[in-house]
Design a protein around this ligand. Structure first.
Ligand SMILES: Nc1nc2c(ncn2[C@@H]2O[C@H](COP(=O)(O)OP(=O)(O)OP(=O)(O)O)[C@@H](O)[C@H]2O)c(=O)[nH]1
Ligand SMILES: [Mg+2]
Length: 305
């Protein structure tokens, strides 16, 4: 069978499951996933290596109404990615679409129509992924597929979380990729640095366990990534969790240090899985006022676009 490869953007609303899908396809936890919207802040590249194709997947920040400078930058990142790809994979959470049809409302609300228009304007093949299929009945999914059929002939219902429907997505993507060799070695998972992924996996745990504004006031900076004992199976990581206020620092640390301990324990497990070795993880919570508006810090954190 001829080998195909190419670059595909994963775009969609915050929380649709783009990063979950990236991880499911890559087969490793490389992108942060949390139940909060706007978890992803950067473009994240993952390689989906199948026997007969290599897909360069670009995970993106969720497309939403940008209202702060920081969020505008996130939307700009997603828009920019659309210029670099052979195909666009638009991830939609199927649950609200089922609900819209049940109410007799149009399947795409105003925000989704904006996304649709931006995507169609690119003129590259569009695949629709209806994610979270595990949350609805099959009979409910069929009318959604019918209602979206005019947008694309390539519609794949799946569950990124359960890993079901991925074969159908592979088939659909193969149809739109050119016959050409892969750009990267077949055993490579990503071009992101381990440092970046580790920071993301720590931030993911903060986002999952904190509430209100705290998830959005947080960034993670890896101060030290000591690999001197890696051959012996050990890595020592020193990471700073940046917040904007003292009150947020207190929340991230938690009563008696309970919260930071939980974040550290969970993050360490995932990081150890990713690095394939033992990990010592030291976390420090630091107040850095206005880091989301500080160009120097944004640059240091790779968040300046
Ligand atoms: N039930 C169910 N939940 C899912 C599925 N895929 C993702 N989720 C959950 O949806 C939430 C959001 O997932 P993410 O992968 O972070 O979504 P995202 O689109 O990357 O979100 P942003 O980065 O904020 O734009 C998480 O709680 C996931 O566990 C799925 O197939 N089924
Ligand atoms: Mg994401």
């Amino acid at each position: 069978m001829s080998f195909r490869s190419g670059t595909v953007a994963l775009i969609g609303r915050p929380n649709a499951g783009k990063s979950s899908l990236l991880n499911a396809l890559v087969g490793e936890r490389i992108a942060a996933v949390s139940s909060r919207p706007q978890t992803t802040r950067n473009r994240v590249l993952g390689l989906w290596n199948a026997e007969d194709m290599q897909v360069v997947l670009l995970d993106t920040p969720g497309l939403h109404d940008a209202w702060t400078v920081f969020n505008q930058r996130m939307v700009a990142v997603s828009e920019g990615v659309l210029d670099e790809v052979e195909a666009i994979c638009w991830i939609l959470d199927i649950e609200p679409l089922v609900a819209a049809l049940a109410k007799g409302a149009p399947i795409l609300d105003a925000q989704l129509i904006t996304v649709r228009d931006r995507v169609l304007a690119r003129g590259v093949p569009l695949l629709l992924v209806l994610n979270k299929i595990d949350r609805v009945q099959k009979e409910q999914a069929l009318p959604v597929i019918a209602a979206l059929a005019e947008l694309s002939p390539l519609i794949v219902p799946l569950s990124a979380k359960k890993g079901t429907g991925l074969d159908a997505l592979a088939k659909a993507i193969r149809r739109v990729l050119p016959v050409q060799p892969g750009l990267y070695p077949q055993d490579q998972l990503t071009t992101e640095t381990e440092r970046f992924i580790v920071a993301e996996l720590i931030r993911e745990r903060v986002m999952e366990h904190t509430e209100q504004e705290v998830p959005y006031a947080t960034a993670v900076d890896i101060e030290r990534f000591d690999e001197s004992s890696r051959e012996a199976g050990k890595v020592h990581i020193h990471a700073k969790i940046l917040v904007e206020k003292e009150s947020q620092k207190a929340i991230v640390i938690g009563q008696g240090g309970k919260m930071i301990k939980r974040i550290g324990t969970e993050a360490r497990k995932t990081i150890a899985g990713l690095l394939g070795c033992q990990v010592r993880l030291d976390l420090f919570v630091v107040v850095e006022r206005d880091w989301t508006r500080n160009p120097r810090l944004l640059r240091e954190l790779g968040l300046d676009g």
